[in-house]
Design a protein around this ligand. Structure first.
Ligand SMILES: *Cc1c(COP(=O)(O)O)cnc(C)c1O
Length: 332
């Protein structure tokens, strides 16, 4: 079986760096959506609590209920509850959906400042505030999400400016909180001064930015290992795996490992992938099997999802969230 190790030291180190950036641990809301970016929802929730994190962000109500015992505050990004919760906050993504939230729910209003994905338009603000009141909801925060925080186009500044305007307009509501930063935006800001940051990939140590920042100190938390099924001597000219895409140029020892795309390791990684110890993949990744030019009992497949992402032509988020919940996760 393949298995995952989670480095507590690296995770805590990342949280130290994030805390330096926010200047306050209470401002950190750890994004734990999608099985904590493949790391394991409960594993990471427990670690976060041990570190002293009190806030979490998830995608669904089900995820929120799974981890609410570990936090004081949980924000759900996309789900409409039937019954209100004292701890779980729900996101209003669309003005037309305000009527669907249960009375007395704690809600946060998302504003579309330019990503055109979720949130109400800024001109709908007053109408939304009235509807929220009519529906009997408790509005606690107003937030937005950046489309281009990790890009050097001017788009980030444009969205930021729009959100600053909204904050000013709403400044008379003194109990409202405001937040807009994901990991990239947090490390872009020299003087972070919002009430909260929603930090995901940075905490997991796989943030990539096109500008220098303290994020360079972050360290990947997750490593993937695979166990050997069998070994064989492959002779010159022999082929390995489906389609015979690996053909031995000389006699080599090839071992098969008990993991494949059914565990969430991308098939598109096969082309030229080398493990961190410089071990070559031999042929295609199949459903539950992958062959490498190696004799090791346990092979480190990757310890930095960014390396795999490069090979697969994707981003670390996709590599990490693809890892299936059935994989064993072990703290180291
Ligand atoms: C996923 C998500 C985040 C976290 O983004 P990172 O880039 O992983 O830090 C923050 N806010 C919202 C609304 C998200 O959907």
């Amino acid at each position: 079986m393949a298995s995952i190790t989670l480095s507590k030291a690296n995770f805590f180190h990342n949280l130290d760096i994030i805390k330096e950036q926010t200047q306050a641990i209470e401002k950190i809301a750890l994004v734990l959506k999608d099985n904590a970016y493949g790391h394991g929802l409960c594993e990471m929730a427990k670690l976060a609590k041990e570190y002293g994190i009190t806030r979490a962000v998830v995608r669904s109500n089900e995820e929120a209920q799974t981890i609410e015992e570990f936090f004081e505050y949980v924000l759900v990004l996309a789900d409409t509850p039937k019954i209100p919760s004292k701890k779980i906050r729900y996101t209003i993504n669309d003005i037309k959906k305000i009527s669907e939230f249960a009375k007395d729910s704690l809600v946060e209003l998302k504003i579309d400042t330019g990503m055109s994905r979720n949130g109400i338009a800024s001109h709908e603000m007053q109408e939304a505030l009235s509807l929220i009141k009519e529906q009997g909801l408790n509005l606690e925060a107003v937030f937005t999400h950046h489309a281009c925080a990790d890009e050097l186009s001017g788009e980030y500044e444009k969205q930021k400016e729009k959100f600053e305007k909204i904050k000013k307009e709403l400044s008379k509501y003194s109990n409202l909180r405001f937040h807009s930063c994901n990991s990239a935006a947090l490390f872009r800001e020299e003087n972070f001064d919002e009430d909260m940051v929603r930090v995901g990939i940075g905490a997991y140590g796989c943030l990539e930015l096109p500008f220098p920042s303290n994020a360079e100190e972050l360290r990947p938390v997750l490593s993937l290992y695979a166990q050997k099924n069998s070994s064989r001597e492959v002779n010159c000219g022999d082929c390995v795996g489906y389609g015979g895409t690996f053909s031995a140029k000389k006699s080599v020892l090839v071992s098969n490992y008990d993991f494949g795309y059914a565990d969430g390791f991308l098939r598109s990684c096969a082309q030229g992938y080398k493990t961190p110890d410089n071990t070559n993949i031999a042929g295609r990744i199949s459903m539950d099997n992958s062959s490498f030019v190696s004799d090791k009992e346990e092979l480190l497949i990757f310890n930095d999802a960014r390396d795999v992402a490069k090979y697969a032509g994707t981003i670390s988020y996709e590599v990490l969230t693809a890892l299936k919940p059935h994989l064993k996760r072990r703290l180291v």
